[in-house]
Design a protein around this ligand. Structure first.
Ligand code: ZN
Length: 252
């Protein structure tokens, strides 16, 4: 499946880049952003930094406790996730490129094949040795049962969350697909992202370079505001549903 074949239909392809701001209404703080939780707390950042994680069992133990107690897996989709799922349900060709690892777009009803998770998913674990994967809930159940640092059941390797840690490369295949979508789309909607870090900034620039109509919905100014056809500063939960309804009407 490629973005190009999807965009050959009559209705224009809408790419939605979603950042941390889309999930704050679901009670999930901004972890990775320039002012995110981890950047402000170096000790906490070690728990999600690949080299520390691989080298130190104590870091892994604390990291599993953090995963066990954080609220990401219990969070519910909010009005923004639901409005994006509605857009897809209305037949508008949509691809979601998300910086979030919470899986809330899929929980809201956007089909998983339409969602590219740029930073991976907190809902799965992965083995750092054999790449075996499974539901995070299964690994957390082992932690609850007393395993401080549950090893891979296939090979004994170190398990981690299937998210991209600091010091890890983003998946080149996912990045390549995201770039193809940015180039192919007619509308590129950046929501709840500061567009200050890669790959988000690059994708917005790529879309604008290829003639997409750029729409920015973010509380703070972004470096791409002057290239945007539309900049919306209102809260995402109230601004996004009417904006997407308008896009649906334009697309019909
Ligand atoms: Zn393994």
């Amino acid at each position: 499946m490629s973005a190009t074949t999807e965009s050959t239909g009559r209705r224009p392809l809408v790419a939605i880049l979603s950042g941390a701001g889309v999930s704050t209404d679901s009670g999930i703080p901004d972890y990775r952003g320039p002012n995110g939780v981890w950047r402000r707390d170096p000790e906490a950042q070690k728990l999600v930094t690949y080299d520390y994680y691989m080298a130190d069992p104590e870091i892994r133990r604390r990291s599993w406790q953090m995963r066990r107690t954080n609220r990401t897996l219990a969070a519910e989709p909010n009005a923004a996730h639901l409005a994006i799922a509605d857009l897809e349900r209305e037949g508008v060709p949509v691809r979601v490129l998300t910086q979030n690892v919470d899986g809330l777009h899929q929980l809201a009803g956007t089909p998983a094949r339409k969602v590219l998770e740029l930073h991976g998913s907190a809902r799965s674990f992965v083995c750092t040795k054999c790449a075996a994967r499974g539901p995070m809930a299964d690994a957390l159940a082992r932690v609850e049962a007393g395993e401080a640092d549950p090893p891979c059941l296939e090979c004994g390797g170190i398990l981690k969350s299937a998210t991209v840690m600091f010091g890890e490369r983003l998946d080149p295949a996912v990045l390549g697909e995201a770039a193809a979508i940015a180039e192919a789309c007619e509308v590129f909607l950046a929501v709840g992202t500061s567009l200050q870090v890669q790959p988000a900034a690059g994708l917005a620039g790529l879309a604008a370079d290829h003639g997409a109509r750029l729409i920015v919905v973010n509380a703070e100014p972004t470096p791409y505001d002057d290239r945007a056809a539309e900049v919306v500063r209102e809260p995402i939960g109230t601004a996004l549903p009417p904006l997407l309804t308008r896009l649906t009407a334009e697309s019909a």
